[in-house]
Design a protein around this ligand. Structure first.
Ligand code: SF4
Length: 346
């Protein structure tokens, strides 16, 4: 059986050709899936009965609702989705309303291979890639789906390690036959896997966010093992080869850890490293979680760090803390659910 949800127009055209259906049927199916958001082949009423019954024999629409939702005092919601093709695996999706904006943070993998030491997901290991349909399902199957203004690929997993499915999902989001969103409403994050990063920059128009967290190679290696294969200096050298002066933005995520990356020495090295690259740094408050040696930085220290960067001409903001009561750590809820499932099975 084929999952229709997540297929591109050209994939649907191939399917229709193989099944003897007219070429225009592919556009009609895409319209039902993405613009009209139906979840049953029966609902595709402008397809012939014969076409619908043949489709139902060979395909399905892989849409499914979240199994759990935690709601924060500030309106942030953390949804938990089961991954249908990998029993016992769950991923998290976070909905963040903010005035006129409503941002959804989606996951792209079950767990993660990157092993960042401060990240709960990274400590859980890797359990598989999400398919394009799994990624899009997080966007289409939450109650607030129609109100979203922005999507960030910053949940569980490393997007560049699942790049084919990331690019296919953003193609559905941005194509006229899909949701027809501007790519400027979408930001994809990465620790900086250079070959895939190069492909992403060249093939996608979406914004890019690099997880930086420490400008010194030896110190970054202590918290981010991928620094060894892809040093941040090489990542930034790659970025400097492209033009970022237009509408497409590059930003750097900088989670602050008390005593580890919050000093004027770190700010000065950031200034040196990023010189000549039009970009923004987002300073992120670390949410302390169980079993972590990392500690939260005082607000005053974060503000001094920000002001130091601003004084040297780097656009820098402190990202507002949202959903702190439910956000103890990305991946925690999915990890708990998996542990619960496996203890029930054993
Ligand atoms: Fe993976 Fe991101 Fe966690 Fe690093 S921070 S381990 S890249 S999910």
């Amino acid at each position: 059986m084929t999952d229709l949800f997540g297929m591109t127009l050209s994939q649907l055209q191939q399917l229709c050709a193989a099944e003897g259906m007219p070429k225009f049927a592919a556009k009609q199916i895409a319209d039902w899936l993405y613009a009209k958001r139906i979840d049953s082949i029966d609902a595709m009423t402008n397809l012939s009965l014969k076409a619908r019954s043949r489709l139902a024999e060979i395909a399905y629409i892989g849409r499914h609702s979240p199994v759990q939702c935690q709601v924060s005092n500030d309106g942030t919601k953390k949804y938990l989705f089961e991954v249908p093709h990998t029993p016992g695996q769950y991923v998290e999706t976070v909905y963040i309303p903010d005035g006129d904006r409503a941002t959804l943070c989606v996951s792209c993998q079950m767990g993660c291979k990157m092993g960042c030491r401060f990240c709960v997901t990274g400590q859980q290991g890797f359990h598989g890639h999400l398919l394009t349909s799994d990624i899009l399902n997080q966007i289409f199957s939450i109650p607030e789906s129609q109100h979203l203004t922005n999507i960030v690929y910053m949940g569980m997993g490393e997007p560049m390690d699942n790049l084919d499915n990331i690019l296919q999902s953003t193609e559905v989001l941005t194509s006229p036959w899909g949701l027809a969103w501007s790519p400027k409403r979408i930001t994809v994050s990465s620790v900086g896997i250079i070959p895939q990063l190069r492909r992403f920059i060249e093939e996608s128009g979406c914004h890019l966010a690099i997880s930086l967290h420490n400008p010194f190679a030896d110190e970054r290696l202590q918290i981010m093992p991928m620094q060894k294969a892809y040093p941040i200096a090489d990542v930034i050298a790659l970025l400097k080869r492209y033009d970022w002066s237009g509408q497409r933005r590059i930003s750097f995520e900088y989670t602050m850890f008390k005593g580890l990356n919050d000093t004027p020495r770190h700010a000065a090295e950031l200034v040196r490293l990023l010189r000549g690259l039009p970009c923004r740094i987002n300073l992120i408050r670390f949410h302390a979680s169980p079993d972590t040696p990392f500690r939260t930085v005082a607000t005053a220290t974060m503000e001094q760090f920000r002001d130091n960067l601003l004084a040297h001409g780097i656009t820098c903001t402190i990202r507002a803390s949202r959903g702190e009561d439910i956000m103890a750590a990305c991946g925690l809820l999915a990890g708990q659910q998996q542990a619960h499932g496996s203890s029930q099975e054993s």
